[in-house]
Design a protein around this ligand. Structure first.
Ligand SMILES: [Zn+2]
Length: 97
């Protein structure tokens, strides 16, 4: 498993994300896509995490799609997101955005 992690805090308000705020909506060999809704300011973000040879590239994009749209975002693919996120959160390595 590559050592990638989701951001610790909200891009918008700076409050720490909670684990339940993030849902994994797509997983490919070198690309992970999360949908995160901040429980503090309610801002939804699509987070693309690309894993390359030289490191991890994280791209956050604000979105209007809320949790109710997750099924559409997933395109029918069901993933056990909690297990994955738990592993990532515990990998609080270096790196700041
Ligand atoms: Zn926020």
């Amino acid at each position: 498993m590559n050592s990638i992690k989701i951001p610790d805090k909200c891009f918008q308000c700076g409050q720490p994300y909670k684990k339940k705020d993030a849902d994994l909506i797509r997983e490919e060999e070198n690309l992970f896509v999360f949908h995160i809704t901040c429980s503090t300011c309610n801002t939804s973000t699509i987070l693309d995490i690309a894993v390359g040879k030289d490191g991890v590239l994280t791209i956050g994009t604000l979105t209007d799609a809320g949790k109710e749209d997750l099924d559409k975002l997933r395109q029918g693919k069901i993933i056990s997101a909690n297990d994955v996120i738990e592993a990532y959160v515990s990998l609080k390595s270096k790196g700041k955005s």
